[in-house]
Design a protein around this ligand. Structure first.
Ligand SMILES: [Mg+2]
Length: 194
Protein backbone atom coordinates (compact mmCIF):
# COMPACT_ATOMS: atom_id res chain seq x y z
CA UNK A 1 0.00 0.00 0.00
CA UNK A 2 1.39 3.37 -0.99
CA UNK A 3 1.78 6.02 1.71
CA UNK A 4 0.10 9.15 0.43
CA UNK A 5 0.60 12.84 1.08
CA UNK A 6 -2.86 14.20 1.75
CA UNK A 7 -3.76 17.90 1.91
CA UNK A 8 -6.96 18.98 3.63
CA UNK A 9 -8.69 22.32 3.73
CA UNK A 10 -9.86 23.23 7.25
CA UNK A 11 -13.18 25.12 7.02
CA UNK A 12 -15.84 22.92 5.48
CA UNK A 13 -13.67 19.79 5.73
CA UNK A 14 -12.89 19.66 9.46
CA UNK A 15 -15.37 22.20 10.78
CA UNK A 16 -18.92 22.98 9.78
CA UNK A 17 -18.32 26.66 9.14
CA UNK A 18 -21.50 27.11 7.07
CA UNK A 19 -23.67 26.30 10.03
CA UNK A 20 -21.83 28.73 12.32
CA UNK A 21 -22.18 31.50 9.72
CA UNK A 22 -25.90 30.86 9.51
CA UNK A 23 -26.35 30.95 13.30
CA UNK A 24 -24.20 34.05 13.69
CA UNK A 25 -26.03 35.91 10.90
CA UNK A 26 -29.28 35.29 12.77
CA UNK A 27 -27.86 36.77 15.98
CA UNK A 28 -26.10 39.72 14.36
CA UNK A 29 -28.47 40.77 11.60
CA UNK A 30 -31.68 38.91 12.45
CA UNK A 31 -31.77 37.25 9.04
CA UNK A 32 -32.64 33.67 8.33
CA UNK A 33 -30.08 32.36 5.87
CA UNK A 34 -29.69 28.59 5.77
CA UNK A 35 -26.12 27.21 5.78
CA UNK A 36 -26.55 25.97 2.20
CA UNK A 37 -26.84 29.58 0.97
CA UNK A 38 -23.66 30.68 2.74
CA UNK A 39 -21.48 31.44 -0.23
CA UNK A 40 -20.72 35.06 -1.04
CA UNK A 41 -22.14 35.03 -4.57
CA UNK A 42 -25.39 33.37 -3.39
CA UNK A 43 -25.80 35.81 -0.50
CA UNK A 44 -25.33 38.85 -2.67
CA UNK A 45 -27.81 37.44 -5.20
CA UNK A 46 -30.35 36.89 -2.38
CA UNK A 47 -29.75 40.43 -1.12
CA UNK A 48 -30.33 39.49 2.52
CA UNK A 49 -27.04 40.92 3.75
CA UNK A 50 -24.60 43.36 2.23
CA UNK A 51 -21.04 42.59 1.25
CA UNK A 52 -19.84 44.70 4.18
CA UNK A 53 -22.01 42.75 6.61
CA UNK A 54 -20.65 39.52 5.19
CA UNK A 55 -17.08 40.69 5.70
CA UNK A 56 -17.85 41.61 9.32
CA UNK A 57 -19.45 38.22 9.82
CA UNK A 58 -16.41 36.47 8.40
CA UNK A 59 -14.09 38.40 10.70
CA UNK A 60 -16.16 37.36 13.71
CA UNK A 61 -16.36 33.70 12.70
CA UNK A 62 -12.70 33.33 11.84
CA UNK A 63 -11.00 35.60 14.33
CA UNK A 64 -13.03 35.68 17.54
CA UNK A 65 -12.01 32.76 19.73
CA UNK A 66 -15.29 32.57 21.67
CA UNK A 67 -17.29 32.21 18.47
CA UNK A 68 -14.78 30.34 16.30
CA UNK A 69 -14.36 27.54 18.79
CA UNK A 70 -18.09 26.76 18.72
CA UNK A 71 -17.95 25.26 15.22
CA UNK A 72 -19.17 21.68 15.05
CA UNK A 73 -16.93 19.01 13.52
CA UNK A 74 -17.89 17.63 10.12
CA UNK A 75 -19.32 14.15 10.62
CA UNK A 76 -16.64 11.46 10.42
CA UNK A 77 -13.58 13.69 10.70
CA UNK A 78 -12.73 12.50 14.23
CA UNK A 79 -13.02 8.88 13.12
CA UNK A 80 -11.13 8.99 9.85
CA UNK A 81 -8.17 11.30 10.58
CA UNK A 82 -6.70 8.84 13.13
CA UNK A 83 -7.27 5.99 10.66
CA UNK A 84 -5.35 7.76 7.91
CA UNK A 85 -2.49 8.48 10.33
CA UNK A 86 -2.41 4.88 11.58
CA UNK A 87 -2.11 3.71 8.00
CA UNK A 88 1.00 5.84 7.65
CA UNK A 89 -0.29 8.59 5.40
CA UNK A 90 1.03 12.11 5.73
CA UNK A 91 -1.89 14.40 6.56
CA UNK A 92 -1.44 18.16 6.33
CA UNK A 93 -3.93 21.02 6.69
CA UNK A 94 -3.70 23.58 3.90
CA UNK A 95 -5.84 26.52 4.96
CA UNK A 96 -6.44 30.11 3.90
CA UNK A 97 -6.46 30.96 7.59
CA UNK A 98 -3.43 32.64 9.07
CA UNK A 99 -2.61 34.65 12.20
CA UNK A 100 -5.44 34.66 14.73
CA UNK A 101 -7.67 32.53 12.50
CA UNK A 102 -5.07 29.77 12.29
CA UNK A 103 -4.54 29.88 16.06
CA UNK A 104 -8.26 29.32 16.58
CA UNK A 105 -8.23 26.39 14.14
CA UNK A 106 -5.35 24.80 16.09
CA UNK A 107 -7.16 25.23 19.37
CA UNK A 108 -10.30 23.80 17.79
CA UNK A 109 -8.39 20.69 16.65
CA UNK A 110 -7.16 20.17 20.20
CA UNK A 111 -10.61 20.79 21.68
CA UNK A 112 -12.05 18.02 19.51
CA UNK A 113 -9.25 15.55 20.33
CA UNK A 114 -8.08 15.36 16.74
CA UNK A 115 -4.40 14.38 16.57
CA UNK A 116 -1.95 17.24 16.03
CA UNK A 117 -1.45 17.96 12.34
CA UNK A 118 0.92 20.18 10.42
CA UNK A 119 -0.69 23.43 9.23
CA UNK A 120 0.22 25.30 6.06
CA UNK A 121 -1.23 28.80 6.52
CA UNK A 122 -1.63 30.18 3.04
CA UNK A 123 -3.45 33.46 3.81
CA UNK A 124 -6.81 34.71 2.55
CA UNK A 125 -6.37 35.67 -1.08
CA UNK A 126 -3.37 33.47 -1.79
CA UNK A 127 -3.08 30.53 -4.14
CA UNK A 128 -3.01 27.21 -2.30
CA UNK A 129 -1.65 25.35 -5.32
CA UNK A 130 1.79 26.92 -4.77
CA UNK A 131 2.02 24.89 -1.57
CA UNK A 132 0.65 21.65 -3.01
CA UNK A 133 3.56 20.38 -5.06
CA UNK A 134 4.32 16.77 -4.12
CA UNK A 135 0.86 16.11 -2.64
CA UNK A 136 -1.05 13.07 -3.93
CA UNK A 137 -4.47 14.22 -2.75
CA UNK A 138 -6.12 17.53 -1.90
CA UNK A 139 -9.68 18.26 -0.78
CA UNK A 140 -11.40 21.64 -0.38
CA UNK A 141 -15.00 22.85 -0.23
CA UNK A 142 -14.21 25.79 -2.52
CA UNK A 143 -13.82 25.04 -6.22
CA UNK A 144 -11.80 28.24 -6.71
CA UNK A 145 -9.10 26.82 -4.44
CA UNK A 146 -9.00 23.52 -6.31
CA UNK A 147 -8.89 24.70 -9.91
CA UNK A 148 -5.34 26.14 -9.76
CA UNK A 149 -4.15 22.76 -8.42
CA UNK A 150 -5.26 20.86 -11.53
CA UNK A 151 -2.08 19.41 -13.05
CA UNK A 152 -0.21 19.79 -9.74
CA UNK A 153 -2.10 17.39 -7.46
CA UNK A 154 -3.17 14.16 -9.21
CA UNK A 155 -6.29 13.52 -7.11
CA UNK A 156 -8.48 16.53 -6.35
CA UNK A 157 -11.76 16.45 -4.45
CA UNK A 158 -14.54 18.93 -3.74
CA UNK A 159 -16.21 18.41 -0.36
CA UNK A 160 -19.87 18.76 -1.24
CA UNK A 161 -22.18 21.12 0.67
CA UNK A 162 -25.43 22.87 -0.18
CA UNK A 163 -23.47 26.09 -0.67
CA UNK A 164 -21.30 24.62 -3.44
CA UNK A 165 -23.99 22.55 -5.20
CA UNK A 166 -24.31 25.25 -7.87
CA UNK A 167 -20.69 25.00 -9.04
CA UNK A 168 -19.72 22.60 -11.78
CA UNK A 169 -16.68 20.58 -10.89
CA UNK A 170 -14.47 19.76 -13.86
CA UNK A 171 -13.52 16.30 -15.07
CA UNK A 172 -10.34 16.65 -12.97
CA UNK A 173 -12.13 17.22 -9.68
CA UNK A 174 -14.35 14.66 -7.93
CA UNK A 175 -17.23 15.65 -5.67
CA UNK A 176 -17.25 13.90 -2.28
CA UNK A 177 -20.31 13.66 -0.05
CA UNK A 178 -18.90 12.43 3.24
CA UNK A 179 -15.74 11.58 5.16
CA UNK A 180 -16.60 7.90 4.81
CA UNK A 181 -16.69 8.18 1.03
CA UNK A 182 -13.44 10.20 1.05
CA UNK A 183 -11.71 7.62 3.24
CA UNK A 184 -12.79 4.79 0.92
CA UNK A 185 -11.49 6.60 -2.14
CA UNK A 186 -8.16 7.31 -0.40
CA UNK A 187 -7.83 3.62 0.49
CA UNK A 188 -8.46 2.68 -3.11
CA UNK A 189 -5.85 5.16 -4.38
CA UNK A 190 -3.33 3.79 -1.84
CA UNK A 191 -3.97 0.23 -2.97
CA UNK A 192 -3.77 0.91 -6.68
CA UNK A 193 -0.89 3.38 -6.96
CA UNK A 194 2.79 2.55 -6.99
MG1 LIG B 1 -13.02 25.73 3.10
Amino acid sequence: MKKLKIGLDFDGVFSDTGRLKSETAKKLYRVDIPPERFKKELLLADGLITEKQYRTLQRIIYEMVGIGLTMEPVEGVQEFIPKLLEEGHEVIIVTSRDGKGAEIAKRWIKKHSIPWLLFIEVGQRNDKSKHLKGFDIFIDDDLDKLEPAVGIVPHLFLFSWGYNKHVDETEFITRINSWKEFYEIISKIARTSK
